[in-house]
Design a protein around this ligand. Structure first.
Ligand code: UDP
Ligand code: MG
Length: 151
């Protein structure tokens, strides 16, 4: 069982498609563990995307992320990170297949509507940045019940 961090970016919130994006995750089989609407300051945006700080688009990326509210979420499921990336689609919406979120909702790489962690390590780091405390696994799901401990 795995967790990933997903965020509807400001363009998605402004366009009113949070529900549509949540629906895709639910339809796929993910379980929602945490969700909040929030604004991001420059420091958090820079920390979130710190691996990209040398990129020429970094300044614009931080401005974009801080331009309005975002919807931060933790989703759970088997291979949650890779499954979420597949659902979200390629970074550039031009290359994202129809049927993926970016393929269906976005046109431009600079405003590609949604973020998903790129590895389990990134997911842990990003969840720690955006959520104060680790929440127990979603009690509705029962994924944890009867599962042998991995340790
Ligand atoms: N981005 C951009 N221009 C680029 C590449 C990326 O504006 O040429 C933005 C875009 O919003 C992307 C984010 O930077 O989602 C993070 O880039 P990354 O390579 O991590 O892509 P992702 O993991 O979001 O698919
Ligand atoms: Mg990334």
């Amino acid at each position: 069982m795995e967790r990933t961090f997903v965020m509807v970016k400001p363009d998605g919130v402004q366009r009113g498609v949070i529900g549509s994006i949540i629906n895709r995750f639910e339809q796929k089989g993910f379980k929602l563990n945490a969700i909040k609407l929030m604004s991001i300051d420059h420091a958090l945006a820079e920390e979130h995307y710190r691996d990209l700080r040398m990129k020429p688009f970094f300044g614009e990326l931080v401005d974009y992320l801080t331009s309005g509210s975002v919807c931060a979420m933790i989703w759970e499921g088997p291979n949650a990170v890779a499954n979420a990336r597949a659902l979200i689609g390629k970074t550039n919406p031009v290359e994202a297949s129809p049927g993926t979120i970016r393929g269906d909702y976005a046109m431009d790489v600079a405003s590609n509507i949604v973020h998903g962690s790129d590895s389990p390590e990134s997911a842990r780091r990003e969840i720690g940045l955006f959520f104060d405390q680790e929440l127990p696994m979603n009690p509705i799901m029962g994924f944890m019940q009867g599962e042998p401990s991995a340790e």
